[in-house]
Design a protein around this ligand. Structure first.
Ligand code: RIB
Length: 314
């Protein structure tokens, strides 16, 4: 791999986020009057690709949108963010993915994602972009596109020494055949509980569950679980170490996309040759920066924003 900028290839979703701000989530059968409405670009794949691109990575996104206004909006956004979208396929038989999001005053959210075109992504689409996976430093995956397709991409990555990061969101059970290709897994607390079938209510329980997950991943000394714990930071577990890295303290406006900023930053730092510890600290700062801004994609931070927030020495 003889390229200068770190190269990150993302296989993932592109959504348009329909965001309502309200005093609280509606109860069953209730109609609530909200305070504000916005339309943002989003989708875990697009958000993570944007974070990596804003932080200096050379990013290729492999995904699928509909031939509609939302699809055009997302393709224009990939261009604005300098993301290579040659492998974002436009489908005529299904609409672009959407997410409806409610944000409460403390910044907490509830999300319904309707994947639509994201689920139409195929292994043939991955094969068409195989060179971009082979040539990347890091392949970054989430779970808003078909699992079999992610697994196919991860298998290509593994043949070419490309590091595989899987952000297992939204939470769902995963086959060992996919986890067996994963170098770095980045679950949050509830995803860890679902995948390990263990309760995670303190750092010791988190460590134990992370160990169970790590045993299902690629069998190398470098395989690591980076368990994100929101405002408590992240727990990093490798073959030989386990370390808790604290989060920066910020006033939350909207937590949507914080995990995506974390994963995009982690991928960029690792692709740049940083140590896992330094990459996790940087990703923590990126996640903290993201919660201070409304909207998922708009909150993906630049390097300047992260430095300003943390005086981080990278
Ligand atoms: O992680 C946040 C993202 O989840 C949103 O942008 C929404 O589209 C869903 O994919």
């Amino acid at each position: 791999m003889n390229h200068t900028a770190p190269k990150v290839t993302v296989v993932g979703s592109l959504n348009v986020d329909l965001v309502c701000r309200a005093m609280r989530r509606p109860d069953k059968g209730e109609t609530l009057i909200g305070d504000a409405f916005d339309i943002f670009t989003g989708g875990k794949g697009f958000n993570q690709a944007t974070a990596a691109a804003r932080l200096g990575a050379d990013v290729t996104l492999i995904g699928s949108v509909g031939a509609d206004l939302f699809g055009d909006m997302l393709l224009a956004a990939t261009e604005n963010e300098h993301i290579d979208s040659r492998f974002v396929t436009k489908r005529t038989n299904v609409g672009t993915g959407v997410a409806t999001i409610v944000i409460e005053p403390d910044g907490d959210n509830s999300i319904i994602v309707v994947p639509r075109a994201n689920m139409a992504l195929t292994t043939a689409n991955i094969d068409a972009a195989a060179d971009c996976i082979a040539d990347a430093d890091v392949l970054l995956l989430q779970l808003e596109t078909p699992i079999a397709v992610s697994e196919h991409a991860a298998a290509i990555a593994k043949k070419h020494d490309t590091r595989v990061i899987l952000n297992p969101a939204p939470a769902q059970p995963l086959p060992d055949s996919l986890l067996g290709y994963v170098d770095i897994l980045t679950p949050n607390q509830s995803e860890t509980e679902l995948l390990s079938e263990m309760k995670v209510s303190n750092h010791e329980e988190a460590r134990r569950a992370a160990k169970v997950l790590r045993a299902r991943m690629v069998d190398t000394a470098d395989a690591a679980v980076v368990l994100t714990l929101g405002e408590q930071g992240a727990l990093m577990l490798t073959a030989t170490t386990s370390e808790h890295i604290s989060a920066l303290s910020v006033e939350p406006v909207d937590t949507t996309g914080a995990g995506d900023a974390f994963c995009g930053a982690l991928a960029t730092a690792l692709a740049n040759g940083e140590t896992l510890r330094s990459a996790v600290a940087f990703a923590n700062a990126a996640g903290a920066a993201a919660v201070t801004v409304m909207g998922a994609t708009p909150s993906m931070p630049t390097r300047t924003k992260i430095d300003r927030l943390s005086n981080f020495q990278y």
